[in-house]
Ligand binder design. Structure first.
Ligand SMILES: Nc1ncnc2c1ncn2[C@@H]1O[C@H](COP(=O)(O)OP(=O)(O)OP(=O)(O)O)[C@@H](O)[C@H]1O
Length: 747
């Protein structure tokens, strides 16, 4: 079997050639001597390894054949082109090893003799300042970078020279497209966004001195495996991966072309919990999926848990994992070898049912339920009804005062203080440390809060129910009690910013402390549930094992700037309680500026949304790649009818339903977490709708700032679902959380 290595040029290939190219490469992989392939060397080629092969009557594939010491040859596929063009490309291209850093690169070669630093980059176009007048842009030269700085990394000298005087992110993005290698384009954008040269060296692993011979096939094969080379060269493992990559290169890119940083987080081992943060769309989920597969490959007997905030997101993880590798057989049960995927609450449920015997006490031991909730029935599987806090507050909250007598305050107090500290008595609660809570409580108020908590617990005990927080807390306690019988070797967590203390403690308790025990992906800017959390308080000690992804793969630079504008009015902390920054966030893609549209009335707003969706559909945008995101369920339910009246069919998708295919999807901004659409309309984001003041004002003063922060994050989550185009519609004045479109959004 020949090894196929897909190279740059894949995504630029004419769609009509996909089928024939796939058939050609599949045949080549099976037997490179098969008749009909017509693999031919090229006369006068710059690289003697250049070949072309017959894809169909008028098109040929350009390849480089690497034999080396292997029994089977490897073929680097560059693209499929009309016959003459293919010959010309094959003649004038070369697979080279960058002598500075050992990264394989495909370089064009002109008629002169080829040298190791060959590429000739077209002279740069120095753009005028691209953004609005008040944007201050500084060229790299003015920031005192020199060509030598760049060539020391291994960048092409002509490319570096051309980059120094560029002004404005648009000009840099344009210019980066001409880079001789993908890593050079990406590194240039990093440097422009403010990353240091040392960081670049580390990120792209450019430090290995390259005592290599570009004429030696084995050396070239090794250089193609360098993490920076793997941004544009992918070793294809099987026929399914080949088909997916050729037929839908953009869709398949995340499976095969990882950024060197993503690759590092996929493969490295850590001596304890590791935290990966990064803005929306930076590929955190992609890293988790690759890492799960990698851990599974290294040890098929390992018990790997891949988990996230809820079932919808867990289902999405499962679907994506099967796209990444359809051969992976998932573990059917928690605790079995293989990859087990479930939302955290489902994991709690599994633990409680599997270890039912541990719930009640025996032989003088209190049992997990009593340790968490105090003495009560060990019957915990049924769920406490949604009104339970409201009822307890109404009947027993007389001493609380109106500000604290709200279910949201009580739930938060219970989830962040009472349960994680295993508080079961009034005395313990009066003494409990309430670090991180916005509202301070004197003794009298603590007593009043405990009155309600006691009533809440008593009612649930009488009914034999627990809520989700309690289930997680009890499950964590069970695992703690049966210490030694851990259920996982590796736990990989997505969307950790939304997990409550009890859920984090449960995940901590699943795997024994040690190598690669916990890998946590999070983005504090996307926390839309619960309270701010600090991992160290719940036994998850990161101690320096934290990194951040900054390259946004999903959104265009324009949408990214707009979304970051939403965050700019607030300060955030990460899960280690350090300031979270959006500095260095960047995208390598461009698109139209987001379009905020003011409607005169609700009717007008519906007209605008209907018109926008119709325009996209008329332009043949795939209907299911259009997302209409609304602040509340009520607005979501109203929209399909309103648009239906205007002749546009859309479907409301809620927590439990997936959207029908072939229809644009309406969903709440909360539901849109973790998803993405080519086109997004944020509907109903007027000053009256967001932030939801009725909800914020019902909270105690000390909790309001955080609730406003979550509203901001919600809007950020929603705005970052758009891959290509974002429209923002509101009736009347815009929400105060929306950025003023202008200076900081590139045109
Ligand atoms: N190396 C890559 N090459 C191409 N596309 C990528 C790569 N990494 C990620 N992507 C794409 O970027 C998008 C965002 O990735 P992903 O969902 O993993 O990001 P995320 O950080 O988890 O986002 P969010 O926090 O918003 O959920 C996806 O469409 C994914 O396929």
């Amino acid at each position: 079997m020949a090894q196929i290595i897909l190279g740059p040029g894949l995504s630029g290939m004419d769609g009509s050639l996909h089928q024939a190219t796939y058939r050609f490469l599949a045949k080549l992989a099976a037997d490179d001597t098969a008749p009909g392939l017509h693999i031919e060397p090229i006369n006068n080629s710059a690289d003697p390894r250049a070949r072309t092969g017959r894809v169909d009557i008028s098109n040929r594939a350009v390849l480089f054949k690497l034999q080396g010491s292997q029994q089977d040859a490897s073929y680097v596929f560059i693209g499929t082109f009309p016959h003459d063009e293919a010959i010309a490309i094959a003649q004038k291209s070369r697979v080279n090893i960058n002598p500075r850093n050992g990264v394989a690169e495909l370089i064009p070669v002109d008629d002169q003799p080829v040298t190791a630093s060959a590429p000739v980059t077209p002279p740069p176009v120095t753009a005028p300042p691209a953004a609005a007048e008040d944007e201050v842009e500084t060229s790299l030269r003015a920031r005192e970078f020199t060509v030598d700085d760049f060539t020391a990394l291994g960048m092409d000298a002509a490319f570096a020279e051309g980059a120094l005087d560029l002004l404005g992110s648009d000009a840099v993005l344009d210019y980066a497209e001409q880079a001789p290698a993908a890593w050079q384009a990406s590194a240039l954008l990093d440097i422009y966004t403010g990353e240091s040269l040392t960081t670049i060296r580390e990120k792209y692993q450019l430090d290995q001195p390259a005592a290599v011979d570009a004429a030696n096939d084995d050396d070239v094969l090794a250089a193609l495996k360098h993490p920076a080379a793997q941004m544009e060269f992918a070793f294809i493992e099987d026929d399914a991966a080949l088909r997916a990559a050729i037929e839908n290169p953009d869709f398949a890119a995340w499976r095969i072309f990882l950024h060197p940083e993503q690759r590092a987080y996929t493969t490295r081992s850590y001596n304890g919990p590791f935290r990966l943060s990064g803005g929306a769309g930076t590929g955190k989920t992609v890293v988790l999926l690759h890492r799960a597969r990698e851990l599974h490959r290294r040890d098929p007997e390992a018990r790997i848990v891949l988990t996230t905030f809820n079932r919808t997101l867990a289902d999405a993880l499962q679907e994506q994992l099967s796209v990444l590798d359809s051969t992976i057989v998932l573990a059917a049960e928690l605790g079995e070898p293989g990859i087990y995927i479930a939302g955290v609450d489902a994991i709690a449920h599994r633990v409680l049912t599997s270890f039912a015997i541990e719930l009640g006490g025996a032989d003088g031991n209190p049992g997990a339920v009593a340790q968490v909730l105090g003495p009560r029935t060990a019957q915990v599987s049924r769920h406490t009804h949604a009104q339970a806090w409201a009822m307890a507050a109404e009947e027993h909250g007389a001493g609380l005062g109106p500000d604290l007598c709200t279910p949201s305050f009580l739930e938060a107090e219970y989830a962040t203080i009472v349960l994680p500290n295993r508080v079961t008595t009034r005395e313990e609660y009066l003494k409990a440390r309430r670090t991180g809570r916005g509202v301070s409580l004197n003794r009298a108020r603590r007593n009043a809060v405990w009155d309600v908590i006691e009533a809440y617990r008593a009612a649930a005990a009488a009914d034999g129910t627990t809520d989700f927080e309690e289930k997680s807390a009890i499950a964590a306690q069970v695992l703690h009690n049966i210490n030694g019988k851990r259920l996982a070797d590796h736990v990989l967590v997505d969307e950790a910013q939304d997990l409550s203390p009890s859920r984090l403690m449960l995940l901590r308790a699943l795997a024994p402390s040690g190598k690669d025990d916990l890998f946590i992906a999070e983005d504090s800017h996307q926390r839309i549930y619960g309270q701010p959390i600090v991992l160290g308080r719940y036994g998850i000690n990161i101690v320096g094992r934290a990194r951040r992804l900054t390259l946004n793969y999903r959104t265009t630079e324009q949408n990214l700037r707009y979304a970051l504008g939403i965050l700019s009015g607030a300060e955030y902390s990460d899960l280690d309680d350090e300031p979270e920054s959006t500095e260095a966030y960047r995208s390598a893609r461009r698109g139209p500026k987001p379009r905020p549209i003011a409607a005169r009335s609700l009717t007008d707003e519906y007209d605008i949304v209907a018109r926008t969706v119709r325009e996209w559909l008329d332009a043949k945008v795939a209907p299911e790649s259009i997302g209409l995101l609304v602040p509340t369920r009520k607005e979501g339910e109203a929209l399909p009818r309103a648009l239906g009246d205007r002749g546009v069919t859309v479907a409301f998708v809620d927590r439990d339903t997936a959207g029908p295919s072939g229809t644009p999807q309406v969903m709440t901004m909360h539901r849109s977490k973790g998803m993405e659409f080519a086109k997004v309309v944020l509907v109903g984001v007027g000053a009256k709708n967001m932030p939801r003041t009725y909800f914020i004002e019902a909270l105690p003063e000390g909790d309001r700032a955080d609730a406003l922060q979550r509203e901001r994050s919600l809007l950020y989550v929603a705005a970052t679902r758009a891959r290509d185009e974002l429209v923002v519609v509101y009736a009347g004045d815009p929400s105060e959380l929306l950025p003023q479109i202008g200076s900081d959004i590139p045109t």
